[in-house]
Design a protein around this ligand. Structure first.
Ligand SMILES: CC(C)(COP(=O)(O)OP(=O)(O)OC[C@H]1O[C@@H](n2cnc3c(N)ncnc32)[C@H](O)[C@@H]1OP(=O)(O)O)[C@@H](O)C(=O)NCCC(=O)NCCS
Length: 175
């Protein structure tokens, strides 16, 4: 397995992985129609084509030896505009780990750890002093994973999926 920066040709496969894994991060009770709307508005192949081309974003893919994408991460550089997030963060420059998703067959395999390590290396190489992310307050598995890798909860924020507003923790790691 290797982690590499996504190329334009990866957009369709990354969108497939994104659509199949996004529901795993949603709290129980999230309406299927809200999930479908989020996937169509944020995680389509066309969106990933734009993310991959966007100089402020970096999409990383984790792929098997036979070149199948089993996970992806997306980093977004720059200071966040949301005042709740700004108030929570204590180091600049910073970068958001906006998405980090791995297919369930690879959970517990180290694939997610590889993606996160590569994300943090990328952040360090681009001169960031810290990285941050939002994680649903009910997604205990992900919180445990990030804590294991040095993140700590520094605040809260909200995240809109369709008509529902979800409660997230803001987590930060010093690089
Ligand atoms: C979050 C994610 C990337 C973490 O990858 P992973 O391979 O599952 O992570 P790890 O197995 O290394 O670490 C998870 C930890 O939570 C524990 N865990 C597993 N299921 C759990 C649960 N239901 N509740 C609490 N802890 C749980 C694991 O035992 C492990 O802890 P340990 O290493 O001390 O044993 C992956 O689970 C994933 O892609 N989830 C779906 C998408 C998602 O939630 N993304 C994050 C959005 S912010």
């Amino acid at each position: 397995m290797t982690v590499r920066v996504a190329a334009p040709a990866d957009a369709h496969r990354v969108a497939e992985v994104a659509a199949s894994t996004f529901p795993l991060a949603c709290p129980p009770g999230t309406r299927p129609e809200d999930i479908a709307q989020f996937i169509s508005n944020v995680l389509s192949a066309e969106h990933f084509e734009n993310y991959i081309a966007d100089a402020t974003r970096t999409v990383l893919v984790d792929e098997t030896a036979d070149a199948d994408v089993v996970g992806y991460a997306m980093l977004v550089s720059g200071t966040p505009t949301d005042p709740d997030i700004r108030a929570a963060l204590s180091h600049e420059p910073t970068i958001e780990i906006s998405k980090l998703y791995v297919q369930p067959t690879q959970h517990g395999s180290g694939a997610a750890g590889r993606l996160l390590s590569s994300s943090l290396s990328h952040a360090r190489d681009s001169g960031c002093a810290a990285a941050w992310l939002g994680v649903n307050q009910q997604n205990v598995r992900a919180q445990k994973f990030y804590t294991k890798h040095g993140f700590e909860i520094v605040g809260t924020k909200t995240f809109v999926v369709g008509v529902q507003t979800h409660d997230d923790y803001v987590m930060q790691v010093r690089l």
